[in-house]
Design a protein around this ligand. Sequence first.
Ligand code: SF4
Ligand code: SF4
Ligand code: FES
Length: 265
Amino acid sequence: MSEQRAANGTAGAYQAHFRVWRGDADGGGLADFRVEVHEGEVVLDVIHRLQATQVPDLAVRWNCKAGKCGSCSAEINGRPRLMCMTRMSVFDRGETLTITPMRTFPVVRDLVTDVSFNYTKAREVPSFVPPEDLGPGEYRMSQEDVGRSQEFRKCIECFLCQNTCHVVRDFEDNKAVFAGPRFLMRVAELDMHPLDAAADSGLDRKRTAQEEHGLGYCNITKCCTEVCPESIRITDNALIPLKERAVDRKYDPLVWLGTRIRRRP
Ligand code: SF4
Ligand code: SF4
Ligand code: FES
């Protein structure tokens, strides 16, 4: 019937070949479909049409359809992307589109993965510590500092960077000791925040970045940055500066002396 509509002349409509992963935690495989595509549509529109016309039980997570909720993350022809922000016009009409769930996280069903790894990692990062001597409304920051954290605050928690980073994508065991780019970026943001008073309470964010969040596993390949739909320069602006500060701390002779003195019985 959908083919008939396309043939009947819905403006700019054509039939695309979609290959969609279907299954659950016990296994699954790719299933082939011919599905109608209209002018101006994104991949998520076509997945919705597939759901509405051929596979009503196809599981897919989405919410805003505007690139802001971070729910519709998947892999399109092997590249991690938001389905709602991927225009069909970037593909050739005759091209097969293979849609698979994010590979790094366990599959719940079809295109839906269990991303709770990320919530666990989020909880492991101690939050902003307000300065004791300032009340609400008294905080002052330079525009430069505001701009720096503003970039990181654009994060929509789509977890595409977490899914792409080879440290956890290829080595499941690393999940226990590596927070991933999104949460190392959070540590970096807090560490460079001029009003964060964590150090006053004995929390050294540079040390925890290394020892608790696995900063040393990151070898700055920038794959996380390449897939970020918000174009956040995760590696250049968060991870590399955090690594530099962590190294400075380790090799600063005064810091070294301090740790030696503190270790004495
Ligand atoms: S730059 Fe670091 S965090 Fe980003 S993908 Fe590479 S190893 Fe992972
Ligand atoms: S940093 Fe970018 S890719 Fe990573 S979760 Fe945030 S928005 Fe998504
Ligand atoms: S549906 Fe919200 S980001 Fe795609």
